[in-house]
Design a protein around this ligand. Sequence first.
Ligand code: F6R
Length: 257
Amino acid sequence: MSETTPQIDIVPDAATAADYAAIQLIAALHGNERPTLGLATGATMTPLYARLVAAYGKRGVSFRDATSFNLDEYVGVRPDSRGSFHAYMRAHLFDHVDLPPGRAHIPNGMAADIAAEAARYEANIKAAGGIDLQLLGIGANGHIGFNEPGSAFSSRTREIRLDDATRRANAAHFPHAAVPERAITMGIATILEARWIVLLATGAEKADAVACMMEGPLTTDCPASALRLHRNVQVICDAAAAGKLTRAMAGERKRAR
Ligand code: F6R
């Protein structure tokens, strides 16, 4: 696989970044008869999902024919408990749109056999025909999904130990319990099989990660750098997250509001 430069859209602020990402998601939903979406959780995605819910409310989009696969879930966290990604997705998207519940997939972090659950998840993605649009955030340490630094570019869906920095970043979601130490995540190779990838990054705390993804060496120390091996990646970031880029990007389009 040869290296490419992802398309990057740098917009003034997080609200505009969410607007742009919503446009891409809606395009994917309109552009496919049976769209398959790869979904992410996290603070960055919340304004994006709010825009999708608003568009659905105005009949601007429907999820009726869609299938979705979330990137990850904590291991040992019940789907109905507050910090789970199941709860996040219900609160921010699934409870508000017409995505058929049976077609909204999230890894089961309570499975007795996580390796078997990971294999089942991979098989389900394949059976759905693969992912049309994969939505990604990025960790301050360069993780995508929960592929922490050190994850092989050939990795598939599997159990992973979370970095201490990642656990600290998510502590607010577990006010009454320790942040889980382990998660189940789609692998980097799984993510790279999506036909189209949209990565959303906002805020100055993501500036180092965006710089390593776009300009650093291709290395497992920065899992997001693997995205340069994919031909159809669009990075949408606000000015703060783009603050440490030093080169003029081949695909860069600076956008005003
Ligand atoms: C979540 C996920 C993670 C987040 C990343 C950024 O499903 O896969 O990679 O996208 O940790 O999280 P926020 O947006 O909370 O900074």
